[in-house]
Design a protein around this ligand. Sequence first.
Ligand SMILES: Cc1ncc(COP(=O)(O)O)c(C=O)c1O
Length: 399
Amino acid sequence: MPPTISRIIQALEPSATMAMAAKAKELKAAGKTVYDFSLGEPDFTTPEHICTAATDAMKAGHTHYTAAPGILELRTAVARQYHDRHGLEYGPQQVVVSNGAKHSLHNVFTVLCNPGDEVIIPAPYWVSYAELVKLTGAVPVIVDTDEANDFKLTPEQLRAAITDKTTILLVCSPSNPTGSMYAPDELAALADVVIERDLTVVSDEIYERLVYGDRKFASFATVRPGMQERTIIVNGASKAYAMTGWRIGWTLSPVKIAAAMSNLQSQETSNPSSISQYAAIAAIEGPQTCVEDMLAEFTKRREFVRKRIASIDGLSCPDMAGAFYAFVNVKPHLKRSYQGEQVDNSSQWCLALLEQQNVATVMGSAFGAEGYARISFATSMDILSQGFDRIEAFLNSGK
Ligand SMILES: Cc1ncc(COP(=O)(O)O)c(C=O)c1O
């Protein structure tokens, strides 16, 4: 019999953000200038002192297997960082370092989910959550949220989605794709339902360092007594330190869950790259001015993007509290024709914008929210400025 693909893998959706980035790359390779707003990673290169730590590690012979959950020094540094920034007490045995936060999420769901369990995922959601849940045989339960509430799940919406099969609530704050962030009291109100219904929270805090103005980030584990014991925090080096290619993410969790994830990881991938781990120590323990500098640059771009969106008739987006995305409502610009091309949904809108103006964005439908487009401002001011001129020209051409 010829090889066949398993039913579980056949049911996986390809990553739409990566598909859009690939299409943009194709146009670039054909010599076109692409105004690429589809990126989910900082456009900065990794700060120099972090790169130096990596080459130093190589020269010092740190080129071997490490402990499966990562070297003690890095796990201790991660625990210390959560203590210093959020007042949470964790020991290194509660930290598991993996090949990026995406891998951490895979570990979490694989360790916690049984087939048939329900995992509540508020929409719009980051593209991989539902697919990673499906891989375990558990069921992602997508709960729509309202733009009027900056796409934040309310306790009522959470309560209505819970069944006797629900085991996990997933929360991403600040959010990819919406950029919105829960206030501490909003998380506390969700925590009350979580505690009452005896759920576990998976809290994706990867954009925690990229928060704008005087808004204050709160870790889900801190918002009510007892929440730390029922929360698995996912975080990593990718976004805060411009280290997406190094593949370092981590979890902080109760010891029993950390031990199970370490066991899983030891069988699946062993340790994440030893060299990247040493680089991550330099990132966490070294000067944080690099994070501040990147945040200052993102802040300027965010302000520019916010103003441009507000100035274009029929475009709007929720409060961009954190991360580097604007989640733009394009509904008033659908069901129109652009240079003879009929555009009825967000996918057609994004494709027409790419084909006609070389501007790459990602359709809201990829994040479970039809009628929106995600614009990443992890790109230069120059590209942003020219790209927005092109978006405006595109919208003006719609009839
Ligand atoms: C919300 C969110 N979680 C996790 C990840 C994965 O990060 P990593 O590159 O560390 O795997 C991403 C990357 O885009 C993300 O946006």
